[in-house]
Write a protein that binds this ligand. Structure first.
Ligand code: ATP
Length: 268
């Protein structure tokens, strides 16, 4: 089960270049995680410059937390295990503990490795009296396994969690993630950068004013911006089929270029 969630660095398709407007977070992760991991052979005897064993990315949905986690693994030459919390919490009593132990054993064998846990609060939320006994044991065991690896000299397994609700996370988990980054909704300037990146492979008509679109999209996440651009492209194709060469005989080799994306397409 876990192996199906494992990706080796060469197969990770996301790099820093695929992330726009988050230069500050990227720079900090480069310095605190990627460099110490990449140069770990030089730093074997130094405990002064170690990558943190826990990293938390928090902020609203669709703003790039998963992108950042994958790109960090790629840039650090690390394996990436995407731990689906459902497989840990849905299992029968006892099974989830075996799985947690299997995850850490695998991560340790594969290090350097990032164990990514999206919606980490759903599984490691503040402990309360209503917790099912199995859930409580699961959390305790998870932390023990994590500590076991963290204290091992030279370990390069990093647990990277993402959450929209950091306030719900167990305090003990918070302490295990000393590096914490907020990945918030993009500002106007960041939205402009995301538009430029997402549309970098497209051609536009002269009327397209990305500064204006960035201003008009207050409250949009990176994911919303991507969706808006995808829709603009679909509208463009639909119009083309309806009004343009859709009525004419298609070009024999199908290489006729699509019309550029217009401001109307983006505002639709
Ligand atoms: P969730 O909390 O819903 O899992 P998330 O913060 O992990 O969200 P991602 O899955 O990283 O968000 O982003 C969703 C998609 O939105 C990405 O695959 C990408 O296409 C686009 N996206 C989001 N933020 C950015 C960004 N800063 N630069 C480029 N693309 C972005």
């Amino acid at each position: 089960v876990i192996a199906s969630h494992l990706v080796v660095p060469d197969d990770i398709t996301v790099s820093w270049d695929d992330i726009a407007g988050l230069d500050g977070v990227i720079e900090e992760l480069r310095e605190s995680v990627v460099l110490p991991i990449r140069h770990r052979h030089l730093l074997q005897n130094s405990q002064l410059w170690e990558a943190p064993k826990g990293v938390l990315l928090h902020g609203p949905p669709g703003c790039g937390k998963t992108l950042i986690a994958k790109a960090t693994a790629k840039e650090g030459g690390m394996r990436f295990i995407n731990l689906d919390v459902a497989i840990l919490t849905d299992k029968w009593y006892g099974e989830s503990q075996k799985l947690a132990s299997a995850v850490f054993t695998l991560a340790s064998k594969l290090q350097p490795c990032i164990v990514f846990i999206d919606e980490i609060e759903s599984f490691l939320r503040s402990r309360n009296v209503q917790d099912h006994e199995a859930t409580a044991m699961m959390k305790t065991q998870f932390m023990m396994l994590w500590d076991g690896l963290s204290t091992k000299a030279g370990s390069t397994v990093i647990v990277m969690g993402a959450t929209n609700r950091p306030q719900d996370l167990d305090k003990a988990i918070m302490r295990r993630m000393p590096a914490q980054f907020h990945v918030g909704l993009p500002t106007e300037e960041q939205r402009l950068k995301i538009f430029r990146l997402v549309l970098s492979t497209e051609t536009f008509s002269d009327d397209v004013d990305l500064n204006r679109i960035a201003k008009l999209t207050h409250g949009f996440s990176g994911s919303d911006i991507r969706e808006l651009c995808r829709n603009a492209s679909v509208f463009r194709i639909r119009n083309y089929m309806r009004n343009g060469s859709g009525n004419q005989t298609p070009s024999p080799n199908g290489t006729e270029p699509l019309p550029p994306i217009s401001m109307d397409n983006l505002l639709s």
